[in-house]
Design a protein around this ligand. Structure first.
Ligand code: MOS
Length: 735
């Protein structure tokens, strides 16, 4: 494809609307006659509701209903879908399965009255003994297939003889690593606005996937899917938690049906901790061994993570060990345990981010033991083909990422030994790590329409999570149609539009981008055919191959041309449209497809206080074609900032006795803020990849986080000589 617009750093189309407040997020959509729903959630982690007294709440002014399992409509269907969907608690029984589970909803004419009513609900529960500690359930750990990259993967995989390989190495590391429970904290909490008209349901939802919400609600309420429309125009961050329609979505629709008014329901910040997922804690073991020259003789990566009692999520931390480094012997193993918690879920780079902390820390430990440069160790076992199956990579520029990153960062200035370099009384440390994330691609559809004024309208029911979807897909269509960027409008976020996959797994640009490309190309070809059969067209009778699209015109090699405006006018003045559809094909079987990158981090550690400041980070990534240099940079930047949070701050702390997450707002649950962030330089090396998908894109949303926490942890070791194997790296662990 020609690339006049693709790659350009256009500003986000939705940026102005967002900063001026014009953008209507789901909860803010004006729906006439709407009333407000506020959830009542469980204070205990396990048990049964014996009595729920809603009388005081119901007596209050403006209260329309307080709905619990006692008086909730019976759902005619079980709303659970397969795939990334989650089992919900929609007030259908008296069971309490985790702390903060929705158990009732108060509906009132104002938000404030609904909040007040929810507080007046009294619950008498029979408390059962709960378990929220992974350690207590290890004896019941079991393997389960893993849903990752759009396919089911085996929990265990091994080739060669790892035990022999570990013995054969000149040096070996066998250590346990741990990452904590983490909770998504998008600025926009989950929110649903549900409105019935007879048996037709319209929902505005803070969602990453309107089609799944639609199917789930249709299934639960026993109505045809075409009766449900789901709209999501703007999302204020999601990161995986909005990839599933959780309990509150079904409850909002149920309440709206029951009070016969549209209902707006948003979760409070506190209610985000439990009922809507989170990254599960991981306990990982990594064993790596290498010869003197750094060639790996064995890799073993094992992980245990919790899921809920009633649903399954596997944090796939050991998957990347199968594909990252060349070694004759590789083994990976996933186990899960059941706890009395809300079901964990996908959180930015699920598996790869938590797993890379362990694997890339172990590699750093091995380099130290071999007295080898950590980057040289990685180069010594550079995988030229996928170690799991010997398939070639569709493209892999990791070596160039290492080189460029080391050069930009000044890796050669890395202190040789811990505690050997200080700046303003602080120890200086430098660390690095590899980033890797699969290049996912799912079936997607789009529609492209040429309007009589010569501008184009393109759409697909995907979501812009803040990633730039509104902008980058217009860029792709503009190039295919030979239009300036301003002449193409891209619209999204509506289940009435052509179907798109979940906006997750870093696959939206690849999947929807390819569908937009195919639809736009089909439209251009249709316009060309229309011109050459039109006796009034200057292009009449030419062969399609002689004609290209440029500046709003179809131009022949001879120089003759016809404009879209003229062409459509002569054809009757109606818009002309085409649909496009893409899906993964054979190439997926022939090649191993991943994005790669290299992180370099510098930290300053206070020897007296144990505080860590990440003063500098350089990340160099190669992930296929870059659609927009500005939005791609922003994705990598966000991933790297998240890496700081993962390394130093994020931790959902359970009170094990109560079975409850106690860090339940942004003053307790810490994420990296401006003061925590030093200089961050995300760079990317463009790749031409003819195999990965029609758009040549591998995705950028998650790659920037993979390996980021490990690079920081490795820098902390380089600064202090202390190896912290349990995230987050808080000052107490360094003193
Ligand atoms: Mo993401 S965790 O793939 O939304």
């Amino acid at each position: 494809m020609t690339t006049r617009n693709v790659g350009q750093p256009f500003v986000r189309r939705d940026g102005r609307a967002k900063v001026t407040g014009e953008a209507r997020y789901s909860y803010e959509v004006a729906v006439p006659d709407a009333v407000y729903g506020v959830l009542v959630t469980s204070g205990i982690a396990k048990g049964r509701i014996v009595e729920i007294d809603t009388s005081a709440a119901e007596r209050e002014a403006g209260v329309l209903a307080v709905i619990s399992h006692k008086n909730a409509l019976r759902l005619p269907g079980e709303p659970h879908l397969e795939g990334p969907d989650r089992v919900v608690q929609a007030l259908q029984d008296d069971r309490i399965r985790y702390s903060n589970q929705p158990i009732a909803v108060a509906v009132a004419d104002t938000f404030e009255r609904a909040v007040h009513a929810a507080m007046l609900v009294r619950v008498n529960a029979e408390v059962a003994a709960h378990t929220v500690r992974v350690e207590d359930e290890l004896h019941n750990a079991f393997p389960h297939k893993i849903m990752a990259g759009g396919k089911l993967q085996e929990p265990d995989e091994s080739h060669g003889d790892v035990a022999a390989g570990l013995v054969a190495g000149a040096a070996r590391v066998e250590e346990a690593y741990e990452t904590p429970f983490e909770t998504h904290n998008p600025l926009e909490p989950h929110a649903t606005v549900a409105s019935w008209s007879g048996d037709r349901l319209t929902v505005y939802d803070a969602s990453q996937w309107v089609f799944a919400v639609k199917k789930k609600l249709a299934k639960g309420f026993g109505i045809p899917p075409e009766n449900v429309r789901v709209v999501t125009k703007f999302v204020g961050g999601a990161f995986g938690c909005k990839g599933s329609a959780w309990s509150h979505v079904v409850i909002a629709a149920l309440a709206a049906k029951q009070v016969a008014r549209p209902v707006k329901l948003a979760l409070s910040r506190h209610q985000m901790f439990g009922p809507v997922g989170g990254r599960p804690r991981t306990r990982q073991k990594v064993a790596v061994a290498a010869q003197r020259d750094g060639k790996l003789t064995a890799i073993r990566h094992e992980t245990v993570s919790p899921t809920s009692r009633f649903d399954v999520f596997v944090e796939a931390s050991a998957l990347q060990a199968r594909h990252l480094y060349a070694s004759p012997n590789i083994e990976s193993r996933h186990r899960i345990v059941r706890l009395d918690i809300g079901t964990p879920t996908f959180m930015r780079a699920p598996g790869e981010s938590s797993g890379s902390f362990a694997l890339e820390s172990a590699m750093d430990e091995l380099a130290h033991r071999l007295e080898m440069d950590p980057l040289a160790l990685r180069l010594a076992s550079y995988a030229e083909k996928d170690p799991a199956d010997g398939k070639p990579f569709s493209s892999k520029s990791l070596r160039a990422c290492y080189q460029e990153g080391a050069r930009r960062f000044g890796w050669e200035k890395r202190p040789r030994t811990p505690r050997s370099q200080t700046r303003s009384g602080q120890f200086v440390g430098m660390g690095m790590a590899t980033a890797m994330y699969p290049a996912n691609f799912a079936p997607a559809q789009a529609l492209a329409r040429m309007l009589p004024d010569g501008s184009a309208q393109v759409e697909s029911g995907t979501i812009d999570l803040g990633t730039g979807a509104y902008t980058v897909f217009a860029q792709i269509a503009a190039d295919e149609l030979g239009l300036p960027f301003e002449k193409v409008r891209f619209d999204l976020g509506d289940s009435d539009m052509p179907e798109a996959p979940i906006a997750a797994g870093s696959m939206t640009a690849a999947s929807v981008g390819s569908a937009v490309l195919v639809a736009s190309r089909a439209l251009r070809d249709r316009l060309i055919r229309t011109a050459i059969v039109d006796s009034a067209s200057p292009l009449h009778g030419l062969a399609p191959i002689e004609i290209r699209a440029e500046d709003g015109r179809l131009v022949a090699t001879s120089g003759k041309s016809d404009s879209y405006v003229e062409l459509i006018r002569r054809a009757g003045g109606k818009p002309i449209e085409e649909r496009g559809k893409t899906a993964p094909g054979d190439e997926r079987e022939k090649f191993s497809m991943h994005g790669f990158g290299a992180h370099f981090a510098e930290v300053l550690v206070d020897p007296d206080l144990g505080t860590v400041h990440v003063s500098r980070m350089v990340g160099v990534f190669a992930t296929g074609r870059i659609l927009n240099a500005r939005t791609a940079r922003s994705q990598f930047l966000g991933g790297m900032v998240w890496g700081i949070g993962m390394a130093l701050h994020e931790h959902s702390v359970f009170d094990e006795k109560l079975g409850r997450i106690m860090t339940r707002d942004l003053s307790d649950y810490h994420v990296a803020v401006n003061a925590d962030v030093g200089s961050i330089e995300p760079l990317f090396l463009e790749e031409e990849d003819a195999h990965v998908d029609p758009a040549g894109v591998k995705g950028a949303g998650e790659l920037g986080l993979c390996g980021a926490a490990a690079a920081i942890a490795n820098a902390v070791f380089n600064a202090t000589g202390k190896r912290i194997r349990e995230l987050p790296i808080t000052p107490d662990k360094l003193l």
